[in-house]
Design a protein around this ligand. Structure first.
Ligand SMILES: [Mg+2]
Length: 233
């Protein structure tokens, strides 16, 4: 049982509920065929996918640190991926970035047990989304996955003008939801943005760590599967 009676759950979206890796990989596999990338010397769809995730992770890390903006992610992402693959971005008339943005958010896959857990939690807690993503994209993702009905507020960095892990981002969602920080719980997969961010804002945390990454941080709770939430909430 939890030490406290929580009232409000604040969920991260990407990699916590919405399965970004799986959804992105499906679109990238389609793109590999659509853009005939084998003809440009790209060894396999998997190689393309691996390069994408490498570049994307680095750009989002910079974004979370406030070093770059959304436009830079969108403009640079595929240029860098293709450069890493030795392909000249200018050879393609269709914009890779536009194709990806048009298709990826429409993919429906969620992490295992997402729906079961949300069904269980609904009615027991007020639930909201706190994400560093962008308004339109995150709304499409949630609708595509059929999870938009579970949440009251969806606070993005675009809407709040702040980014996790800033204390201001957490203050913003407490303000718009009326959630008391003492009985709120942040659930997310990113140790820095979600977990340390919540901790600095004096909010308890659930670190969702499906890959069992090792770390030294003191977290309120740690789970490897979303299903574990039903054991203590
Ligand atoms: Mg995340």
């Amino acid at each position: 049982m939890p030490d406290k009676a929580y009232t409000h759950l604040l969920f991260d979206l990407d990699h916590t509920l919405w399965d970004f890796d799986r959804n992105a990989s499906e679109v990238l596999t389609d793109m590999f065929a659509e853009f005939k990338m084998a003809a440009y010397g790209v060894a396999s769809a998997q190689h393309f996918i691996d390069q994408f995730h490498l570049v994307n992770y680095r750009l989002w890390d910079q974004y979370n640190r406030g070093e770059i903006g959304k436009d830079t992610i969108r403009a640079e992402r595929f240029k860098r991926v293709l450069a890493n693959l030795g392909v000249d971005y200018r050879e393609f008339s269709t914009d890779f970035g536009e194709y990806f943005l048009a298709h990826c958010p429409r993919k429906p896959h969620v992490l295992p047990y997402t729906i079961e857990v949300l069904d269980y939690l609904q009615g027991r807690y007020e639930m909201h989304i706190l994400t560093n993503g962008f308004d339109t994209v995150q709304a499409i993702k949630m609708a595509s996955a059929g999870i938009d009905g579970y949440f009251g507020e969806v606070v993005t960095s675009e809407r709040s003008g702040h980014r996790k892990p800033s204390v201001e981002m957490f203050a913003f969602i407490l303000d718009v939801t009326g959630a008391p920080k003492e009985t709120s719980l942040m659930i997310g997969d990113n140790l820095e943005t979600d977990i340390l961010g919540a901790r600095n804002a004096a909010i308890d945390q659930v670190y969702f760590n499906p890959n069992k990454a090792s770390h030294q941080e003191a977290v309120t709770y740690e789970i490897n599967s979303l299903k574990e939430l039903m054991g203590f909430l």
